[in-house]
Write a protein that binds this ligand. Structure first.
Ligand code: NAP
Length: 234
């Protein structure tokens, strides 16, 4: 895959962590922000952390980032997602794929990070699917991977459950997951299954609070063909 990946809300820990991993894997990444200067500063920070001369990370205001490519990632807090998506709606390219990592944590409204909010559509990502223009495919991924782990120098030993109603979007997201060392992607079926992944993420946060650490998810004993990782064989 050679096209650019635009990360909407890419200046936060989750967006920066994903950008770092994909830039290291040789992908072209555009960090999006409500403020172009903040996006450029964040891009500079990523470039400083990567030794390769080939590193391609830039920063743009969110709508410009969105308009620049058809491969999108959403990493904004749940409380800001709906208003932002409505504002950005005219900027989407037809046929875009949007990978949504949003988790509707109760912390968004002053509650606990180990609880989720009820979302009318069933999950944060289903809300996203309702708000993007027709023809944009939404896929859930990366809710269960901690930003701290992405930001570290270690390999990421977790499984990412990818959920979408569009098999093409699932495939594209799986390919991007597999670019990150040791993470495995698993096709998790329909978009509505993301509701369960969002709940599990709240559980993982609760485990982190209880035990310390950065818990991830590992699904065992599926056939080898269910796991996709470009790195496992290396
Ligand atoms: N952090 C994790 O470990 C983790 C793990 C899995 C999933 N997630 C999910 O990934 C998403 C991002 O997490 P994060 O920790 O990176 O979040 P964050 O730091 O709170 O926010 C990410 C970026 O979103 C933008 N933003 C903040 N409030 C906004 C609003 N009201 N409207 C529009 N944009 C806003 C900000 O960028 P600008 O100010 O530059 O626009 C900010 O840098 C969340 O939905 C979270 O549930 C996080």
């Amino acid at each position: 895959m050679s096209r650019a990946i635009a990360i909407i809300g890419g200046t936060g820990p989750q967006g920066m962590g994903l950008a770092l991993r994909w830039a290291r894997a040789g992908e072209t990444v555009i960090l999006g922000s409500r403020d172009a200067a903040r996006a450029q500063q964040a891009a500079q920070k990523i470039r400083e952390r990567i030794v390769s001369a080939q590193v391609q990370v830039s920063g743009l205001e969110n709508s410009a980032a969105l308009a620049a490519t058809d491969l999108l990632v959403l990493t904004v807090p749940f409380e800001g997602a709906a208003a932002l998506l409505k504002q950005l709606k005219p900027a989407f390219r037809p046929g875009s794929v949007l990978i949504d990592a949003t988790v509707p944590l109760a912390a968004s409204v002053g509650g606990r990070a180990s609880r989720t909010l009820g979302v009318w559509q069933g999950s944060a990502v289903q809300q996203t699917a309702e708000l993007v223009p027709k023809g944009v495919s939404v896929v859930a991924a990366f809710q269960d991977v901690s930003a701290e782990v992405l930001d570290s120098e270690d390999d990421v030993d977790g499984d990412v459950i990818v959920c979408s109603d569009d098999p093409r979007a699932t495939q594209i997201a799986i390919e991007l997951v597999a670019k990150i060392p040791r993470i495995r992607a698993i096709d998790g079926g329909k978009l509505e299954n993301a509701r369960i992944v969002e709940q599990i993420t709240a559980l993982l946060i609760g485990l982190n609070i209880r035990h310390g650490g950065h818990a991830g998810l590992r699904i065992t004993r599926l056939p080898e063909s269910a796991y996709r990782s470009d790195w496992s064989a290396k």
